[in-house]
Design a protein around this ligand. Structure first.
Ligand code: ASP
Length: 311
């Protein structure tokens, strides 16, 4: 590894949506803040030691996948069939390599499997049974269905079970936020992004959201920025949200703030795109923006550590 010189920066999110501040008890808020802080610190430790942005985002997302608090990995929502189907993606900005998995079951850390798709195959996205078979082949950690059981997510599912309604877990009942993600700049000037999710409660037909789709929910390019999105996935897919931030910067010369503002506040709302995104540019500037009530988020940059939920 060459000597690390440039600034480092990292941000994480745990979902964005409609959150009633009064529904969040001080104990719950403390629990969310604590795990966000742990995730961003673990990722930052990788960067501070001269490690790569791709290692940093994977490390941070694994922490968020391992807690039942967020809709990813262990805390993934229930599908209409009562199962858990997870989507995840990871991308590195230096060579635009990327890997993703969609509708995968029983994999403890989907972000790790996405990384293996990037590194061990010639493909970008593996899905469903094939992704599971690949997980087996790669000997990644698997878990029984009970590991993914969470009473609250089960209750959320019961509210819509048997209907055709699909729900963003952030915007229902107990107001648990959802999808998780991380973006980072390493000291070598490389960017990376990762996103992981259980998708939407009561989803059917192996519905796949924006998270594992490169350019929609996840994107990184050393020329501009790294992005991880959260919100109503269909809108983020139609807006090609993550890549659009990159394109506005590259082709229009906008700053990260300007590009993110246009996508989050002008392009997504007409498509019913409720949600937000986290972004870091090649200079280590971080932007965390959303068009709803709150977004679980944390960052560490030149100004130190910061954790937030509401505006
Ligand atoms: N974007 C995710 C999806 O549509 C959901 C989320 O952000 O919570 O699958």
């Amino acid at each position: 590894m060459t000597a690390a010189q440039g600034p480092v920066a990292i941000a994480v999110h745990g979902g964005a949506g409609t959150l009633d501040p009064s529904a969040l008890t001080p104990e719950k808020e403390a629990a969310y803040r604590s795990v966000l802080s742990t995730a961003v610190r673990r990722g930052h430790a990788v960067l501070a030691a001269g490690g790569s942005a791709i290692d940093a985002v994977e490390t941070a997302v694994r922490v968020l996948e391992d807690t039942p608090l967020f809709n990813a990995g262990r805390g993934s929502v229930f599908t209409a069939e009562g199962t858990h189907e997870m989507d995840a993606a990871i991308m590195q900005g230096n060579d635009l390599r990327a890997g993703a998995v969609a509708s995968v079951q029983n994999v403890k850390n989907p972000v790790g499997l996405a990384r293996l798709v990037m590194e061990k195959t010639d493909h970008v996205i593996l899905s469903g049974w094939g992704a599971f078979e690949f997980a087996h082949q790669q000997k990644v950690a698997l878990e029984d269905d009970e590991y993914f059981f969470d009473q609250l997510r089960h209750d959320q599912w019961q509210e819509v079970r048997g209907s055709t309604e699909v729900r963003l877990d952030h915007s229902t009942g107990e107001k648990k936020f959802g999808t998780v993600g991380a973006v980072a700049l390493d000291a070598h000037g490389h960017l990376a992004a990762a996103t992981s999710t259980g998708g939407m409660t009561n989803k059917r037909f192996q519905r796949i959201g924006d998270s594992p789709v490169i350019g929609a929910g996840t994107y990184a390019n050393d020329a501009t920025c790294a992005i991880s999105c959260t919100g109503n996935g269909e809108a983020f897919l139609r807006a090609v949200a993550a890549h659009d931030v990159h394109a506005l910067m590259l082709y229009k010369g906008l700053s990260l703030e300007e590009a993110v503002h246009i996508v989050v506040h002008e392009k997504l709302p007409p498509l019913d795109g409720e949600g937000g995104l986290i972004a870091v540019d090649k200079n280590g500037r971080i932007v965390l923006d959303f068009n709803c009530i709150g977004m679980y988020r944390a960052r560490i940059d030149a100004e130190g550590e910061w954790v937030g939920i509401f505006r």
